[in-house]
Design a protein around this ligand. Structure first.
Ligand code: KG4
Ligand code: ZN
Length: 342
C-alpha cells in the first residue's frame, strides 16, 4: 500500500460525505444524505441541508475512520470541498475540516468539487491518463472540460447555458409524478420504455459549440404531457422517461465525443451524479468505442457526491507536493472550475 492517507470531507449539497483513501486505494466512504428531508419540497432546501450536515458531520468522520481501521492521528492530510455548492452547506464541511486539521496538526486542502468528481475515478481505474476530456454532469453543473493535468488548471470548453443536466432530470421527474431527486427514478422507469416514442428536441445539437441547453427539452416534455392530459389520454410515463433520457444522453455523448476529436484527446471521463445514468453510460460506451476513444466512468456509487472523491483529489495533490490551503481560506459557493484548490 502506497500513497498518502487522506480524509476527504464533502458537504456542498445534501450529502454529508467522509471518505478515506490511501493514494488511489479507497478505504472508507461514509455518506449520510438529507435527501428525504427535501423530497416534499421537490428540491434541496439550503438551510435544511446545512443543519443536517451539522448533525451528520462528526458521526460520518468517526464511521469512516472506524471502517478504514485507522486513527485520525495517522492521517497525512485532510481535504474538503471548498466550492462550488450551497454556501451554508459548504461552510459546515470547511469549518469541520479546519477544526480537524488544526487539532491534529495536519495539512489541509480546500478543493474544487468538480475536479474531485474527475479525480474519484482513480480509486476505481487507477491513475488518469492526461490530457483527458471530462464531461461533468450533476444537479448543479454540466460542463465539458479539457484536463491537461489532474492537479493543475482545467480548461473549460463548454457548459450549459441554462439548466444543468441533473436539474432537467429532476424537473422532468416532477412533471411525470416521480419523486425527488428524479434522476434515479427516470433511469428506473425508462427501462420499460421506448426511447423512440417521442423525439424530443436536442438543444444546441448542431451549433458547433461545446455548450448545452436543457431548458427547451424540459419545457417540451412538460408541454407534451400537458397536451396528453388535456386530451384525457393516459401519460405513458416509461416511454416519455425513456425518450427524454435518450435526448439528454444523445446530446451529452455527441458533444463529448466531438470535443475529444476536436482536441485530439482520445480519453473521455464522465463524472457527476448524472454519470450514474444507465442510458448515458451505455451510449457513451458505444460512441467512444466507435470513435476510438478510451472511456472511463466511475461506478454509479462514486458518481454521486461523496467524501472519497474529495479524499482522492487531496491524495493526488499531497502526493504531488502541492501547497496546502491557508487555514483562513473561505468556502466559495461560486469557485470557478479553473481553480483546483482554494
Ligand atoms: O453530483 P450529484 O450527486 O450532486 C451535485 O453535485 O449536484 O448529482 C445529483 C444529480 C441529481 O440531479 C440527480 O437527479 C442526478 O444527479 N442523478 C441521476 C442519476 N442519479 C443521480 N440522473 C440521471 N440518472 C441517474 N441514475
Ligand atoms: Zn457533485
Amino acid at each position: 500500500m502506497t500513497g498518502p492517507l487522506v480524509l476527504g470531507i464533502e458537504t456542498s449539497c445534501d450529502e454529508t460525505g467522509a471518505g478515506i483513501v490511501r493514494g488511489n486505494e479507497l478505504l472508507a466512504d461514509a455518506v449520510a444524505s438529507s435527501v428525504d428531508e427535501h423530497a416534499r419540497f421537490g428540491g434541496v432546501v439550503p438551510e435544511v441541508a446545512s443543519r443536517a450536515h451539522l448533525q451528520a458531520m462528526v458521526p460520518a468522520v468517526d464511521r469512516a475512520l472506524a471502517t478504514a481501521g485507522v486513527s485520525a492521528s495517522e492521517l497525512d492530510a485532510i481535504a474538503v470541498t471548498a466550492g462550488p455548492g450551497l454556501a451554508g452547506a459548504l461552510l459546515v464541511g470547511v469549518s469541520a475540516a479546519k477544526a480537524y486539521a488544526l487539532a491534529l496538526g495536519k495539512p489541509l486542502y480546500g478543493v474544487n468539487h468538480l475536479a474531485a468528481h474527475v479525480a474519484v475515478d482513480q480509486l476505481e481505474h487507477g491513475p488518469l491518463p492526461t490530457p483527458a476530456i471530462a464531461l461533468l454532469v450533476s444537479g448543479g453543473h454540466s460542463s465539458l472540460l479539457l484536463v491537461p493535468d489532474l492537479a493543475g488548471a482545467v480548461v473549460p470548453l463548454g457548459a450549459t447555458i441554462d439548466d444543468a443536466a441533473g436539474e432537467a432530470f429532476d424537473k422532468v421527474a416532477r412533471v411525470l409524478g416521480l419523486p425527488f431527486p428524479g434522476g434515479p427514478h427516470i433511469d428506473r422507469v425508462a427501462r420499460d420504455g421506448d426511447e423512440q416514442f417521442v423525439t424530443f428536441p436536442r438543444g444546441k445539437y448542431h451549433d458547433g459549440t461545446f455548450d448545452f441547453s436543457f431548458s427547451g427539452l424540459k419545457t417540451a416534455v412538460a408541454r407534451w404531457v400537458e397536451a396528453r392530459e388535456a386530451a384525457g389520454e393516459p401519460v405513458p410515463v416509461a416511454d416519455v422517461a425513456a425518450s427524454f433520457q435518450q435526448a439528454v444522453a444523445d446530446v451529452l455523448t455527441r458533444k463529448a465525443v466531438d470535443a475529444c476529436l476536436a482536441r485530439g484527446v482520445p480519453q473521455l471521463i464522465i463524472g457527476g451524479g448524472v454519470a450514474a445514468n444507465s442510458r448515458l453510460r451505455a451510449l457513451a460506451a458505444q460512441r467512444c468505442e466507435a470513435a476510438g476513444i478510451a472511456l472511463r466512468v466511475p461506478r454509479p456509487g462514486l458518481c454521486t457526491d461523496n467524501g472519497a472523491m474529495v479524499a482522492a483529489l487531496g491524495a493526488e495533490l499531497h502526493a504531488r507536493g502541492a501547497q496546502p490551503s491557508a487555514l483562513d481560506f473561505a468556502a466559495d459557493s461560486a469557485l470557478p472550475v479553473t481553480q483546483v484548490t482554494a
